[in-house]
Write a protein that binds this ligand. Structure first.
Ligand code: FVH
Length: 295
């Protein structure tokens, strides 16, 4: 019926794996889509699917009120922003390229300097997830621009807006991905231990995955609240009980020749907290010893 608001025309700058998935999703939802890519041939499938081509970033940006940028890295974004320049005037630029909070803030000031509005975003998904709720997107920056285009951006996956500071989406992305790698490097070292002891690494990984589903979520939530409040009740038990276990964990890895860097770090932090009189508190209290120091 003609009461529905007309779909926003969208320009996508960068049609690599992810940029193509974004453009195709907008096409599938019925938007008029304009694309530009440094290598024109890579945009061919999208043109065949109905997207319009513009030969320069500026002309492509001028074609739509909503301009989505998805390029390899921050250097690419800087190159393309320079080529867009004043063409972004009175338009919204949504940057979905992975990058640092500082870069998001500098890109935001460039875009607003040209009369545009800037929204930064992080995509936690593979290109094949785009268009489904398996794709998780974080956004930050101009609240009015986000509110205006939220319906369109939500077509890409589940979207969360973190606030006016354009750097907040990158903070969330780097924290989520960073916590994941901190966990997974520890898992990889532990799989080396499991294999060295002659056990089945895949079976162990299956059991560990189960324990991540069962026990860890409430520990993660409890630690978040404890750090927020600066109050550290026992979490995986009191530190006085946890700390002695560390000697076994470190010794076992050392006996197998398995890396014990992180386990030794945990032991030293726990022992320091116990020595400072916090043995009746939880592991979360180790937060007080981590750089940068508070205050
Ligand atoms: N792909 C994924 O699974 C991950 C999931 C999480 C989020 N990332 C981020 O998405 C950004 C783009 O990643 P991508 O997978 O699309 O990367 P490519 O397929 O390699 O496409 C890169 C595009 O960037 C263009 N490009 C590179 N350098 C420049 C430049 N100096 N000037 C202009 N464009 C440039 C490249 O153009 P071309 O090589 O086709 O000419 C592609 O369009 C990324 O931030 C991931 O961290 C994806």
């Amino acid at each position: 019926d003609d009461t529905t608001t007309p779909l926003v025309p969208v320009t996508v700058l960068g049609t690599g794996a992810m940029g193509s998935a974004l453009a195709r999703t907008f096409l599938d939802r019925g938007h008029a889509v304009t694309v530009w890519n440094r290598t024109e041939s890579k945009a061919a499938p999208l043109l065949a699917a109905g997207a319009a081509w513009r030969p320069t970033p500026a002309e492509a940006a001028a074609a739509s009120p909503l301009v989505v940028v998805c390029l390899l890295d921050q250097t690419a974004v800087d190159d393309v922003l320079a080529a867009v320049g004043g063409a972004i005037d009175r338009r919204v630029l949504v940057n979905l390229t992975s990058g640092s909070p500082a870069h998001a803030r500098s890109a935001a000031s460039r875009v607003t300097g040209w009369g545009g509005e800037y929204v930064d975003g992080g995509i936690m998904a593979d290109p094949s997830d785009i268009g489904s709720d398996r794709a998780r997107l974080s956004f930050s920056g101009s609240r009015t621009a986000y509110d205006t285009h939220e319906p369109t951006l939500r077509e890409l996956g589940t979207a969360v807006y973190y606030g006016d500071d354009p750097g907040l989406a990158a903070v969330e992305f780097l924290a989520q991905v960073g916590a994941g790698y901190e966990l997974l490097i520890g898992l990889l070292h532990t799989l080396r231990l499991v294999q060295t002891e002659g056990a089945d690494v895949a079976a162990f990984a299956e059991r560990f995955a189960q324990s991540l589903e069962d026990g860890y979520p409430q520990v993660v939530r409890a630690i978040g609240k404890a750090v927020r409040d600066g109050d550290y009740p026992p979490d995986l038990g009191p530190l006085s009980v946890q700390a002695p276990l560390m000697d076994d964990l470190v010794a076992h890895r050392r006996s197998l020749g398995v890396d014990d860097t992180r386990m030794t770090e945990v032991r030293e932090l726990m022992n320091a907290r116990v020595a400072a009189g916090h043995g009746d508190e939880g592991l979360a209290g180790v937060f007080e010893l981590l750089r940068p120091e508070k205050g």
